[in-house]
Design a protein around this ligand. Structure first.
Ligand SMILES: Cc1cc2nc3c(=O)[nH]c(=O)nc-3n(C[C@H](O)[C@H](O)[C@H](O)COP(=O)(O)O)c2cc1C
Length: 223
């Protein structure tokens, strides 16, 4: 294979000013604000985790618990960047968290972006054809009952703090996928990572915006 050298990241001496993408969305649909669910001990979650391919619909309570254990902002930092950094369950280079999670629920006409600050779903105003998106993803994993997750990176966020930021964004995507797989297991859900990046769909979600697909997954209840 041809190994692409993504170059060593290095903090900039001065951050670049960057204004994050404003996603065209409708009003927030709050997710249930569960306390931490009762999960098995971490060691037994690690022992039992498997990629699982049979899915039932994911109730809102379980989606809420999953997002709480993976993406939800636990603390916001007032740093030197032109947008807030945050602490969340997953580590992220520079506490920047440049990866957005976009969801498609089975049978739904719409896509949603998870709002990690408000712990809710924002319906996307997008012209993306969800039927085609879903059909393409089913060519990879045929899971009509699963919720589709798209990991959509905004690399300029990380690039505002680091030179050669590309590998950091990809590593953030891997960390997030790993946390999702563990959290799904802890919640007794089925979870399957997907090898596709989510392109060309992810970069068409908000026309003209610097957003790029860095992964996808299917998640749902276990049958
Ligand atoms: C980055 C990544 C991409 C993957 N892509 C796919 C995929 O496209 N289709 C699939 O069926 N499984 C996919 N998998 C799941 C792997 O096949 C699975 O992790 C592997 O067989 C080991 O099984 P385990 O997860 O149960 O330990 C992917 C896993 C990772 C981490």
């Amino acid at each position: 294979m041809e190994w692409l050298d993504l170059q060593n990241p290095r903090p900039r001496s001065e951050p670049l000013q960057y204004v994050p993408v404003v996603w065209p969305t409708s009003a927030l649909l709050p997710l249930p604000d569960n306390l931490l669910p009762d999960t098995p001990p971490f060691a037994s979650v690690v022992e039992s985790r498997r990629t699982r391919y049979s899915f039932t619909a994911l109730p809102d309570e379980q989606l809420a618990a999953l997002m709480n254990l993976t993406c939800r902002v636990k603390a916001t930092l007032a740093g030197p960047l032109s947008f807030p950094q945050s602490y969340r369950p997953a580590p992220s280079a520079g506490a920047i968290h440049p990866i957005h999670v976009v969801l498609h629920r089975p049978g739904d006409d719409d896509l949603y972006r998870y709002d990690p600050n408000e712990h809710g779903l924002l319906q996307l105003n997008t012209s993306l054809d969800v039927t085609t998106l879903r059909a393409t993803m089913h060519e990879v994993i045929d899971a009509p009952n699963a919720t589709l997750l798209l990991f959509v990176a905004e690399p300029d966020m990380t690039a505002s703090k680091y030179e050669n930021a590309t590998s950091l964004v990809w590593r953030d995507a891997g960390v997030l996928l790993g946390i999702f797989s563990m959290a799904a297991e802890a919640l007794s859900l089925s979870f399957s990572p997907m090898g596709v990046t989510g392109e060309p769909w992810a970069s068409r979600l908000v026309p003209g915006a610097p957003l790029f697909g860095v992964g996808a997954a299917m998640v749902g209840g276990r049958s």
